[in-house]
Design a protein around this ligand. Sequence first.
Ligand SMILES: NC(=O)c1ccc[n+]([C@@H]2O[C@H](COP(=O)([O-])OP(=O)(O)OC[C@H]3O[C@@H](n4cnc5c(N)ncnc54)[C@H](OP(=O)(O)O)[C@@H]3O)[C@@H](O)[C@H]2O)c1
Length: 256
Amino acid sequence: MKAGLITGASSGIGKELARIHASKGNNVVLVARREEELIDLAAELTEKYKIEAVVLACDLTQPDATEKLFTQTQSLGIFVNYLFNNAGFGGHGLFVDRNIHDDQRMIDLNVRALTDLMHLYLTEMKSNNEGRILNTASTAGFIPGPLQATYFATKAYVVSLTKSTSYELRKSNITVTALCPGPVKTEFEVVAGMGGSNMFAKGASAYSTAKKGYDAMMKGKRTIISEMGFAVLIRVFGPFIPDSLLMRVVEKMQTI
Ligand SMILES: NC(=O)c1ccc[n+]([C@@H]2O[C@H](COP(=O)([O-])OP(=O)(O)OC[C@H]3O[C@@H](n4cnc5c(N)ncnc54)[C@H](OP(=O)(O)O)[C@@H]3O)[C@@H](O)[C@H]2O)c1
């Protein structure tokens, strides 16, 4: 069977992406560490939309996790025609003070697992000449990010990889899109050690962010900045703002 695989489906933007995809009559493969949340979501989606929902709980930071996941979907006879590479987390603090292992795990998830899954599932998409990939990046991918330096750098990687692969695949039926949200009200802020920050209190909803990303993916867009204000800031004014000023503003926004 065909199905959309969503990483980070246990919460926030990923959970909403799974709901939107299932609401259109598509089967889903739900991936994250918290199996109970995935089982509850699978029950909700199968009941509401009469689709198939498969739960494959795993920790994507583990070295063999992505290949294991690929083998599991293959042995279940699933063709992943939609890949939602969404799982990710941030981490607050001066780079020099941060724990090296926390940053390694962040890179393992935000960069390595995302790249692995693109490699693994693109091969199948290519041979079927069918597929759509939505990578959840961030507005952080367009600017440097003092006080979340590693996180911003991981998202710059996602934006760059998405643009290049989408260009390389332009003559095929496969599209690659980067969803680039500003602050969104999810579990992200607490996981990143930024709980209670004003920036997230005024953030967008997980649903509206997921919907904008989903629609952009369906249109085959390369990147989508999901909030108009951030889009204008980054695309119109961004190129004219000196880095030192930009980093002062970002540092202020990241201060808790
Ligand atoms: N919220 C924002 O302000 C914001 C802004 C821009 C971009 N983003 C990006 O949006 C994406 C989704 O984040 P969110 O805001 O929806 O945050 P969230 O509510 O914290 O969701 C993160 C998801 O990633 C999963 N995850 C975390 N570590 C994992 C691991 N080791 N293995 C497998 N799954 C893992 C989590 O599930 P488990 O804990 O169950 O594993 C959860 O489902 C991330 O890539 C984030 O960088 C968020």
